[in-house]
Design a protein around this ligand. Sequence first.
Ligand code: HEC
Length: 115
Amino acid sequence: MSLLAKIAVATSVSIALSISLQASDLVKKGEKIFNTKKIGNCLACHAVNGKDIDNPGDLGPKLSGLKNYPDKYLYDKVYNPYTTNPTSAMPPFGLNGILMPDEIKAVVAYLKTIQ
Ligand code: HEC
């Protein structure tokens, strides 16, 4: 392999690594928001399939299979659940300004890891 080809391979490997690192940072941020009372407090209403959650509430459904849901559905659900369910008991986290759009994106990245 020529030196140039080696550099090209090394560069694309490191780009791929940093992208997956960023993605997992986003998931971690979303998980923290999900589980922290003063931020998202999603655990007050939702248990999550396959994740160890400390004493979840059950006003909302146990979340499962979300990895197959479209990102937009999940974003809209967290932003304003009334768009898909006008009588939802879930607070509109985006509409109410509880979570900023980049925080909702992180939450969606976490939701997409739910089996
Ligand atoms: C006060 C209770 C409550 C809180 C807090 C809450 N939810 Fe919900 N959630 C619900 C209820 C009730 C439903 C079912 C009705 C509906 O779909 O709107 C629901 C539905 C959902 C759904 C759709 C599930 C499906 O299978 O379609 C997702 C995703 C979700 N919640 C994510 C979240 C996230 C993320 C948070 C935190 C940012 C959160 N919820 C906080 C009550 C809550």
